[in-house]
Design a protein around this ligand. Structure first.
Ligand code: DAH
Length: 358
């Protein structure tokens, strides 16, 4: 066997025996590298006579090409094997449930707020927000609470210390001040809902010092009680997911609306279950009315041109009703067991097409 044949058969055998790309690369360097066996042999070509050099040179070049081709082929083979191995081990069945299940849960207040937003968005309402810390003007005065009116006390307000000018900031007692902020900064037509935190000094099974409301406000040139009733009834049947709801409007008093009403929704108790929308019993779920002309004037709107309706509902209370949660104080106790039980899957985003609750 000639020298060249020996190198060829040995190198091809080592190529065939390589199990990894790294091992294959070692073979390449040992054969074709600058200091590899073929390069070393070719250095001695210079000492040969021209005839012999010619044929030996050609033979070495052929050998080089043969080995390079064998290495390429082996490399492709190793790469394919590696890909096959990964495809076999990294399979992913996208139809399987997510495992492990995500630990985080969405709080019922967040979920219900999202549900309410989904329903009103579909009716063309925008979402507006305002600060938790308010002044007397936005929380009371502009909303037509007369000075020293007992209604101010009704709200059990948390006040901050007096400022130098004698005024006191407060934690907003309702989301209604955002009505004022919106009417003073936007031109009608206005159609907004205002979700947010509210604060009153109160605590028992159905009251907590911090709670949540969603306010609604519509201002346009021809707005009347019929629009108000229609909007709220459509909301209730969407929210409680029943085809039609039994509702009733009772006259009430709010300084910022005239006339004012409270809306009750019919329900019945079947065993341990409360069924909303039908039945002989009534449950109050929100306050509402036609925006008082004084409120419009306080915001620079002419009540002879613009009318509007407003409503305010307690989000926590709606969550208790819809999801059968007995005590409001548990909402804010930060108990992980409670949240695991009453919380929602983070991927379960409420929307009207796939359903509000699942
Ligand atoms: N702000 C009222 C409250 O906190 C709720 C309310 C009632 C809001 C009637 C309104 C409304 O906008 O028109 O009790």
């Amino acid at each position: 066997m000639s020298e060249i044949e020996k190198i060829e058969s040995e190198t091809l055998a080592r190529i065939a025996a390589s199990q990894t790309i790294a091992a294959l690369d070692d073979v390449r360097v040992a054969a074709l590298g600058k200091k590899g066996v073929i390069s070393e042999r070719m250095k001695s070509l210079g000492k040969m006579d021209p005839e012999a050099r010619k044929s030996a040179g050609a033979a070495y070049n052929t050998l080089k090409a043969k080995i390079a081709a064998a290495i390429d082929a082996k490399k492709t083979q190793l790469e394919n094997a590696e890909l096959d191995r990964r495809l076999a081990t990294e399979t992913l069945d996208v139809t399987l449930p997510i495992a492990p299940l995500p630990k985080g849960r969405i709080h019922p207040v967040t979920q219900v707020t999202e549900e309410i937003i989904a329903i009103f968005s579909a009716m063309g309402f925008d979402v507006a927000e305002g600060p938790d810390i308010e002044d007397d003007f936005h929380n009371f005065t502009a909303l037509n609470f007369p000075p020293d009116h007992p209604a101010r006390e009704m709200h059990d307000t948390f006040f901050f210390n007096e400022k130098e000018d004698g005024s006191r900031m407060l934690l907003r007692t309702h989301t209604s001040p955002v009505q004022i902020r919106t009417m003073m900064s936007q031109k009608p037509p206005i159609r907004i809902i205002i979700p947010g935190r509210t604060f009153r000094c109160d605590s028992d099974q159905t009251h907590t010092p911090m709670f949540h409301q969603v306010e609604g406000l519509v201002i346009d040139r021809e707005t009347h009680m019929g629009h108000l009733k229609g909007t709220l009834e459509a909301f209730c049947s969407a929210f409680f997911e029943v085809d039609s709801v039994k509702t009733r409007f009772r006259p009430h008093f709010f300084p910022f609306t005239e006339p004012s009403a409270e809306m009750d929704i019919g329900y019945e108790r079947v065993g341990n279950e409360i069924r909303m929308g039908a039945g002989e019993k009534w449950m109050e779920i929100l306050g509402c009315g036609m925006v008082h002309p004084n409120v419009l004037r306080n915001c620079g709107l002419d009540p002879d041109i613009y009318q509007g309706f407003a409503f305010g509902m307690g989000v926590d209370r709606l969550a208790m009703l819809k999801y059968g949660i007995p005590d409001l104080r548990d909402f804010f106790a930060a108990d992980a067991r409670w949240l695991t039980h009453y919380g929602f899957d983070p991927l379960d985003q409420p929307n009207l097409s796939t359903g509000l609750s699942r």
